[in-house]
Design a protein around this ligand. Sequence first.
Ligand code: UDP
Ligand code: MG
Length: 314
Amino acid sequence: MAILSVILPFHNEVAGVRGLFRRLYPVLGQLDLEYEIICIDDGSSDKTFEALLHEREFDQRLKIVRLARNFGKETALTCGLHLAKGDAAITMDSDLQHPPETILPLVQKWREGFQMVYAVRNDRKTDGRLRRLFSLAFYRIFRTIGDIKIPEGAGDFCLLDRAVIQAVNALPERNRFMKGLTAWVGFRQGTVPFDVGAREGGVTHWNFFRLVRFAFDGISSFSTFPLRIWTWCGAVVSFCALAYALYLVFDTLVRGVDVPGYASLMVGVLFLGGLQLLSLGIMGEYMARIFIEVKARPLYFIAEQKGVDPEPHV
Ligand code: UDP
Ligand code: MG
């Protein structure tokens, strides 16, 4: 019988652990599949790990890994995919915002032959207004300048066939923007809709600055447009400057020297200064990411594990 790996990242989710498993098991029971549940404790400072160990007393199919510190959700998911033994894996949030019942249509779609199935949210009612606006802007920008297409409303709730798992595991980059990586590798992709649930206990880990950083991580991993745009800006500004210089020469020859012009001078200097700093900043962002890739540090360290083979399955 085929095996399904369910990958769950946890960061300070002790309040929701019991509720999650209570809803997950009936769903897994309905599937005509073997399963393993891979729980990644992403450096929680509460009793999440103990709660997971407690769950394992009832079900030995639970595999639990505690990362050495908080590496972030993308890295936790990467670790889960390294460990997954299944013919397919499902990644989902552990705060019950991704309803376990949606696993059924995901698996159904997989059986129809899709190798990468995204669960796409019906609406964003559970998000604040700022976050909704931000997501919309992100997907617009990403679609316009990114090299790949992410289905609108798709997140990290998805099913990956073994072929996709292997492809994603083979990607060496340290900046793991999972949504992008899964879309980039290709294969037959499908979607199923779902309604986002309310968060079951605990608090969200996002704030505005983290979101901005995450968004730029995503864009910079899949687009060089922010780097290239300065070539065009530079060309346009230079052209304008040349035209203005010609005008000034002409004007001086015809009307003589004209001293006033402080305002236009200041505007020019400040505008160009700002533009240069901005372009330098963007280059710095890319350079910082190159720096991280070049260092080639391991993505994560495992501090403790229960039920996991010592050798990750890469
Ligand atoms: N998470 C994680 N590491 C982190 C932050 C979050 O493993 O550093 C997990 C968290 O436990 C949850 C999922 O990622 O299962 C989504 O996090 P959250 O609910 O804060 O994000 P949101 O639903 O607001 O996008
Ligand atoms: Mg959540």
